[in-house]
Unconditional design. Structure first.
Length: 346
């Protein structure tokens, strides 16, 4: 019997194998831009929606049905593990993760006990199994990278400067190390449990790593993210590594060991391969805001992304970051059609 999704264009591209079509999925494809999402989502916390496996599996599959994308991404959030071990984090609509008592000192480490996915997040694993049972496309599991999750726990809310995070990192490297050790373990066991339950690939979101200089990233963040990729190496699933505004640290991020590097829209794909080497497998990178423009402009920009990939078989088409809530789904439907008409690796 052939393995599940043996002919998946998404899995082929992650391995830089040619395929008759270029695969595409969208970060934040499940969400507020879809009327069917708003119809089922309800008004409670997103963490409650995530805890309802029926609902979460349905939301995960909505964009697959609507857009015909080549992968599903689990409907969950990067703060779910920290929430599940009782750290005290909520997700406020329109704001993002908010923490009552932000992480400050050594005593706060006690609030981050080890995650036991089967006990602490059984609903997440149930969602994974349901989506996998649907079987239409590979499921991407994910976790927040230690730096990005730490930034929420320390800042207490989304931040522009990451001032408190950097102050702790530079002012108390020992505590930073201890905190990131815990977040490495948390991401690792969470990702491994998602794969054990059937996820076909994983993505590590270090969304805000672009806030760091290369030397700070290399010293205080890279070793921890690297441990996550090393800790998944035996699993034989593609590992994707993504952050926003990461042009200057792309080579360092790539050295963490992922199979696929996510690139935001600021660095054209041809330039990304100049920085990473000609064999780099890339994911990206249409500017999500372009999708708010006229259809002809979207079409031209999609064509430009494909052209800059230069026929490389290692390309997963995506946006450079998440779908903006005001995006017209019809535009994304056309993006998928256009990308699918393009063979991967010619
Ligand atoms: O479709 C998908 O991409 C899968 C689901 C997903 C969500 N969050 C659902 C969600 C994924 C992969 C995430 C990851 C996540 N969460 C990241 C990394 C990705 C990125 O955008 O860089 C980050 C930084 C978070 C933290 C977070 N959660 C933010 C910044 C927000 C936005 C707040 C808002 O309302 O705009 C959230 C909330 C959130 N997570 C929503 C969704 C669909 C929107 C709110 C809702 O529907 O209640």
């Amino acid at each position: 019997m052939s393995p599940p999704h043996a002919d998946s264009p998404f899995l082929a591209a992650c391995r830089a194998e040619p395929h008759h079509r270029t695969p595409v999925w969208f970060m934040r494809q499940a969400g507020r831009s879809l009327p069917e999402y708003r119809a089922v989502r309800g008004t409670g916390s997103i963490l409650d929606a995530i805890a309802d496996a029926d609902l979460a599996a349905e939301i995960t599959l909505q964009p697959v049905r609507r857009y015909g994308v080549d992968a599903a991404i689990l409907y969950s959030d990067i703060v779910v593990p920290a929430h599940a071990v009782g750290f005290g984090v909520e997700v406020h609509p329109g704001i993002g993760p908010v923490v009552d008592r932000p992480f400050e000192n050594t005593a706060d480490l006690q609030r981050l006990r080890p995650l036991e996915p089967e006990e602490d997040t059984p609903h997440v694993l149930e969602t994974v199994r349901r989506v996998v049972a649907d079987g239409s496309v590979p499921l991407i599991g994910f976790a927040g990278a230690p730096f990005t999750v730490a930034s929420y726990l320390i800042e207490g809310k989304p931040s522009r400067t990451y001032g408190r995070t950097k102050a702790l990192m530079l002012g108390d490297p020992e505590l930073w190390h201890a905190l990131l050790d815990r977040l490495v373990d948390m991401a690792l066991v969470s990702l491994r449990s998602q794969v054990a339950n059937g996820a076909s690939a994983i993505q590590l979101f270090d969304s805000w790593a672009g806030a760091l200089s290369p030397q700070i990233y290399e010293r205080y963040v890279l070793p921890f993210s690297r441990r996550i990729f090393e800790g998944l190496a035996d699993l034989d699933v593609p590992r994707i590594h993504f952050g926003v505004g990461t042009g200057e640290i792309l080579p360092l991020m790539a050295s963490a060991g992922a199979d696929v590097i996510g690139v935001d829209w600021r660095v054209p794909l041809d330039e990304a391969r100049r920085r990473l080497g000609p064999n780099a497998v890339l994911q990206g990178n249409l500017d999500p805001a372009v999708c708010l423009g006229p259809a002809e402009v979207v079409q031209a920009e999609v064509a430009d992304v494909l052209r800059r990939n230069g026929g490389h078989p290692g390309h997963v088409f995506n946006l450079g970051h998440g779908v903006l809530p005001e995006t017209d789904p019809a535009i994304l439907e056309r993006v998928v059609e256009q990308v699918h008409a393009h063979p991967n690796g010619s």
